[in-house]
Design a protein around this ligand. Sequence first.
Ligand SMILES: [Zn+2]
Length: 382
Amino acid sequence: MINRERLTNTFMDLVKIDSVSKEEAQVSEMIEEILDTLGADIVIDNAGEKTGGNAGNLIARIKGNMDVAPLMLNAHMDTVEPGRGIRPVLEEGVFMSQGDTILGADDKSAIAIILEALTIIKENKLPCGPLEVVFTVCEEIGLKGAKHLDFNLITADYGFALDATDTRGVVTRAPSANRLEFLVHGKEAHAGAAPEKGINAIQVASRAIADLELGRIDEETTCNIGVIQGGLATNIIPNLVKIKGEVRSHNTEQLEKVTQNIVDAFERAAAEKGNKSGGSDLPSIDAHVEYDFTRTHIAEDHPVVALAAQAARNLGREMTCKTTGGGADANVFFQQGIVTGVLGTGMQNMHTINETVRLDDMVEAVELLLEILKLHAKGNRS
Ligand SMILES: [Zn+2]
């Protein structure tokens, strides 16, 4: 039933349309055209206004012909850079870019897979339960589309996102994350003429960072300082340094503890320097901690896992539960009470110019999704 040529063309057409985060309007239009032909009821929410982008999330409702609880499907429409002017090629069954851009299989392989499955259902008048298909914007810049999604439009209490690599896995565990930003304020002075008047913000920041434990903290927890910016010239004592970092953990207490340790290290470094500079209120620290996304833990006996596992078994395949270190829209859905397993599309080396996806893997993902939708239509979750 799967039309490999149509799947190839849909995928190629999708990746040829630029859709870097905040610029998803054009790709959204193409998806809407296809969904229209499938008789979907389409709403674009107002997330675009909130993210500052040119498009909102696209929510398509398919009534189906079976009276069962609705199922949500999700993929994101935006890509990272370099994602403009992508010219995809298909060589020996593998899609890739020309080597100067990403491919955009993250997450357009998922969009093509979902559209192919829905088209097959329509073409063959297959039994189908009610579906709520959510194509989000701005996933790559902090899950912003999902965070601003109008959840009143969604009634499903479980579903699947397609936004992972392994077509034989379902991601059931993802960490919580905090984003951290520190501004270290010092005091500007001429480094040669009046160094006594200055307080070096770079030195305070360095001391704080040098004391930190970074990388893998324990089995469930990682942390990183990823950005440092500051200073203007060698003859100016710098008065401002900006530092950005993150902490991720599958354990919420540990997330808070590691986050607090980092904040403390900055405060301590500033206080020590402050004492040496005669108790002035400089250097000082502005610490911003933003709760980025919350952890996802889906029990292995949850109906959504059972549904994916049964579908795989029906196809003679294994399905394993997976843990990821990354955040995805699924984390936001989970937080909103929509238990969302993440399925793979075959995409590899995402966020690099070496990104690829095999057509065979995409076909495998369509087969799995069709089987899931078939079981769902039967009201048979496991
Ligand atoms: Zn993605």
